[in-house]
Design a protein around this ligand. Sequence first.
Ligand SMILES: *Cc1c(COP(=O)(O)O)cnc(C)c1O
Length: 446
Amino acid sequence: MTHERSRDLYDRALSVLPGGVNSSVRAAPRPYPFFVERGDGAHVVDADGNRYVDYVMGYGPLLLGHDMPESVRSAVQSHASAGPMYGAPTEIEVDLAEFVARHVPGVEMLRFVNSGTEATVSAVRLARGYTGREKIVVMQGGYHGAQESTLVEGEPGNVHPSTRGIPESFAEHTIPVPFNDEEAVAEVFEAHGEEIAGVLVEPILGNTGIVQPIEGYHETLRDLCDEYGSLLVFDEVITGFRVGGLQCAQGKLGVTPDVTTFGKIVGGGFPVGAIGGETEIIESFTPSGDVFQAGTFSGHPVTMAAGLATLEFCAENDVYDHVNALGERMREGLVDIVADQCPGYTVVGTDSMFKVIFTRADSPPQDAGCTGGCSQDPDCVRFGECPKDGGDVGSAETDRWERLFWPAMRDQGVFLTANQFESQFVSYAHTEADIDETLEAYKEAL
Ligand SMILES: *Cc1c(COP(=O)(O)O)cnc(C)c1O
């Protein structure tokens, strides 16, 4: 496998793009990333003609793989050729909003934007505007995009921006707590409940893990928010229309948030975000309310058409059965391999998400209830040692994962997300044979 053309392209990119990329994580592979020329079903082909089975899937949006079904392709083409956008409302925005409101329990109404980041920025402003309060509770190791209010680190009472460029004073309004720690969040509410506008949480940590909630965790958040008049905001940018199918993770978990943020899949592969929720709350956005929100490209007709055609395709075909069964096959295979070769590691994931976390557990491998990936089963022998929050994932063998394991998988033609933290995805284009080949590659590389 040679990477000459990728090397030349990276050389050119370094002169005109900072770090050679337009999103940081893409530069993680050493010594340089491969450049993709095209997608093909479950595969990508790089600039040197190398072919990889792809589990990055655009970092989440490509539920159906790289080939658009005919209905999606023609919806995209007809909306693109009608003229890409107008600055006036179109029917297709209403169609997609109706579809989402019909399927997602917590959504009666929504505002479309252009990225997951924009969705969480607007959701935080909405929570503050609606409640008249300033503080936002987030999870340590949670990710809500490149936005000022949530790029923080530390613990309650000692919070700092996690990047240069954000004033210290911004971090004063954000309180990070460990995921799955009911006591920690209850204490924060006891101390600051009347000042908390909302809790912003991924139903499943998808960018640091994957970490599933322990039984009852989201119910606790729901109760605390109700008791103190704060909004529960689920960031379903990754889990939306992936976990739990069309009802999203909130439907699967049986906990209804006040506000939900979307991105990734809901745009069918095009730039998108959305903020949904109860009518009374979402109508706080201008022009119906007084929380300012606007966007030149928001509700872009090509994106709306791609999103709607994708979700309709999911409703009419066996998409979720297929991807979830393959996800299960992958996780079960990985649990066996890990038990054999590296019993301290933990296989995680649900539905079509999967990952092996290079944990340093010294108890026996995960068992019975967790053969399909860690489900936080209190009866599992590994319950006490499997990751419960972002910090537990951060203390895994992250360098071994990134520097030794990832390249060994790439060299066998398997494209995984670039570090220990980001979820991997099975798509509708993957087959059982792809999974089985990938498991063989894991056997070699682990
Ligand atoms: C990807 C992601 C975001 C950010 O979305 P962008 O479209 O990259 O801005 C926010 N929240 C979660 C949970 C995500 O996975």
